[in-house]
Design a protein around this ligand. Structure first.
Ligand code: CTP
Length: 211
């Protein structure tokens, strides 16, 4: 049997806590062969646009992402080849010049708001998770994070949420719940869900004789 990494997709709305879940799983395998790919890092390069034009981009629509590049990278990692992961700058709204050299690993976690939206991505996954968190909690978390970490104002966060994030969530993210193998309530504090996931991944790795 040829060696093939295990691919896990983790999705959920903005502020749902999917990064915490993905990171908690990642941390439990620390020291083992695991890596994480964030779909956010694959937002399209917008260096050819002015800053004002970049502000008008709809970052919650599938078109905003260079999903072709993410798929190409996953396919290379599945062949145990290295990739150069792009880096995204949220303050500048574009890809930075930096890239991260990523070595192939036996477990690949793919995380992002729209990772279950693209059928080609779904087809690459062995396990699909949807982190389901109420909208009120998601907007509160997003407000705190965007002001503290992404250089935004309260007015801009509210405006973006009402006019873009919420309608796009309802149109593109929420419907992907149907593709999930597991729907996890809340985020990184759901230790039962994290334990179940870790056990399942361990079982797959043992079946593949990776452990
Ligand atoms: N986004 C933005 N400006 C950009 C690029 C993206 O405001 N230049 C926003 C999009 O509106 C999208 C969000 O970034 O809704 C995606 O990140 P999110 O899923 O909120 O971040 P995570 O930390 O991964 O989410 P979680 O809280 O679930 O862990």
């Amino acid at each position: 049997m040829t060696r093939k990494p295990v691919v896990i997709g983790v999705t959920g709305g903005s502020g749902s806590g999917k990064t915490s879940i993905a990171k908690a799983i990642y941390d439990r395998f620390k020291g083992h062969s695991i890596l994480m790919l964030e779909h956010d890092y694959y937002y399209k390069d917008q260096t050819h646009l002015s800053f004002e034009e970049r502000l008008k981009t709809n970052y919650d629509h599938p078109f905003a992402f260079d999903t072709d590049l993410l798929i190409e990278h996953i396919q290379r990692l599945l062949q145990y080849e290295h990739i150069q992961k792009p880096v995204y700058d949220y303050a500048a709204h574009t890809r930075s010049e930096e890239v991260i050299e990523v070595e192939p690993k036996d477990v690949i976690i793919i995380e992002g708001i729209l990772v279950l939206e693209d059928e080609r991505l779904r087809d690459l996954m062995d396990i699909k998770l949807f982190v389901d968190t109420d909208a009120d909690l998601r907007i509160i978390r997003r407000m705190i994070r965007d002001i503290k970490e992404r250089g935004r104002t309260m007015d801009s966060v509210i405006d973006q949420y009402v006019n873009v994030v919420r309608p796009m969530h309802n149109q593109f993210i929420e419907p992907t719940k149907r593709y999930a193998d597991i729907i996890i309530p809340e985020g990184g504090q759901n230790h039962v869900a994290i334990d179940l996931m870790v056990t399942k991944i361990q079982t797959i790795l043992e079946q593949k004789s990776f452990l």
